[in-house]
Design a protein around this ligand. Structure first.
Ligand code: HEC
Ligand code: HEC
Length: 258
C-alpha cells in the first residue's frame, strides 16, 4: 500500500539502528572461533569451557584465566600429552587464535569477577595477615619504610611480583636491615639509614620520624644483617594467598593506569 508508506514512511522503511550493528570482522572471527571451539575443544572442556569428565574448567579457574595469550597458545599448539590434552598445532595459527579469542569471550565475565574477588582478598592480605601495609604505601595508605607499591604491578609480571615477595635476592632494592644506634647520652634509635656521610647519619625510625645523628655523638651503630622485610612469606602465606596478593598488586596498578 503505497499511500501508507507515503504517510508513515518511518514504519515502512527499514530502520537503520546503529546500536545493534556490530563490527563485521569481530562477528566473523567469533563465529569462526566458536566453530573451532565447539568442534575441537568442547568435546572435552564443555560448550561453555567449564569442564567435563575429560578435562578441567578453562573458563573460570583463575590460574587458567590469568595465562597470557602466548602461554595459552603454547598449550594449544603443544598440548599436555601426559595429562590427556592433545596438541592442536595442525589447526594452524589463524584458527588457534580464533579459538583463543572465543575462549577469552567465555572467560570474559569470569575474568572480571575473578580479578575483583582476587583483589578484594588480596587487599585483605596486604593490610591484614601479610602486614605489608605496615611498611608499604598503596595510593596514599600504608607505611613508608618500604617503597610505595602503587605502580609496582604496572611494570612487573605476576612472576616477578611473586618472587620479589618471597625472596630477598629477587628484589632489586638495597635489602638493608634495621640499624640500631646508641647515642652517647644513652638514647637508642632503630631505623633504616636514609642518608649517611662521614660525619652524620640520618635514620628513619619505625614510626616514620627522621633522626639526624652526629656520628661523634653516637657510641654504637650496629645493623641487622637480615633485610627488614620479612623473608618467610613463601611459608607464612599459602600459594593461593600469594596469588591473591599478586593479583591485588597487579590490579591496583592497572586500575590506576586505565
Ligand atoms: C581430548 C580432550 C581435550 C581436548 C579435545 C582439548 N583439551 Fe584442553 N585440556 C585437556 C586436559 C585433560 C587438560 C588438563 C591438563 C592438565 O591437567 O594439566 C587440558 C587443559 C587445557 C588448558 C589449561 C592448560 C594449563 O596450563 O593447565 C587449556 C587452556 C586448554 N586445555 C584449552 C583447550 C582448547 C582451547 C582446546 C581446543 C582447541 C582444548 N583444550 C581441547 C583435554 C582436552
Ligand atoms: C617490616 C617492613 C616490611 C614489610 C612488613 C613488608 N615489606 Fe616489602 N619491602 C620492605 C623494604 C624495606 C623493601 C626495600 C628493601 C628490600 O628490597 O628489601 C621492600 C621491598 C618490597 C618489594 C620490592 C619493591 C621494589 O621497588 O623493588 C616488594 C614487591 C614488596 N616489598 C612487597 C611486599 C609485600 C607484598 C609485603 C606483604 C606480604 C611486604 N612487602 C611486607 C619492607 C617491608
Amino acid at each position: 500500500m503505497d499511500c501508507c508508506c507515503a504517510y508513515l514512511r518511518s514504519y515502512c522503511e527499514p530502520r537503520s539502528d546503529t546500536r545493534t550493528e556490530k563490527p563485521k570482522q569481530s562477528n566473523q572471527a567469533s563465529a569462526a572461533g566458536r566453530q573451532t571451539f565447539e568442534s575441537s575443544c568442547a568435546p572435552c572442556h564443555g560448550l561453555n569451557g567449564k569442564g567435563g569428565e575429560r578435562a578441567p574448567d578453562i573458563a573460570t579457574r583463575p590460574e587458567i584465566v590469568r595465562l597470557s595469550d602466548n602461554e595459552t597458545l603454547k598449550v594449544l599448539r603443544n598440548g599436555i600429552l601426559q595429562k590427556g590434552m592433545p596438541p592442536f598445532a595442525a589447526l594452524g595459527p589463524a584458527k588457534l587464535s580464533d579459538a583463543l579469542n572465543y575462549l577469552r569471550s567465555l572467560q570474559g565475565k569470569s575474568k572480571a569477577l575473578t580479578l575483583m574477588a582476587t583483589s578484594e582478598e588480596g587487599k585483605d592480605i596486604f593490610t591484614g595477615k601479610g602486614g605489608c601495609s605496615q611498611c608499604h604505601m598503596i595510593h596514599g595508605a600504608g607505611g613508608f619504610l618500604g617503597p610505595d607499591l602503587s605502580d609496582y604491578g604496572a611494570n612487573h609480571s605476576a612472576d616477578n611480583v611473586r618472587s620479589a615477595i618471597v625472596s630477598a635476592d629477587k628484589r632489586p632494592g638495597s635489602r638493608k636491615g634495621l640499624v640500631h644506634a646508641t647515642t652517647n647520652d644513652g638514647r637508642q634509635i632503630s631505623g633504616l639509614v636514609r642518608n649517611e656521610d662521614n660525619f652524620s647519619v640520618q635514620l628513619q625510625a619505625l614510626d616514620g620520624t627522621f633522626h639526624l645523628l652526629d656520628k661523634s655523638a653516637v657510641s654504637e651503630l650496629t645493623s641487622d644483617s637480615a633485610p627488614l622485610m620479612p623473608d618467610n612469606y613463601g611459608s607464612s602465606l599459602s600459594k593461593s594467598e600469594l596469588d591473591q596478593l599478586v593479583g591485588y598488586l597487579l590490579s591496583v596498578a592497572h586500575t590506576e593506569r586505565d
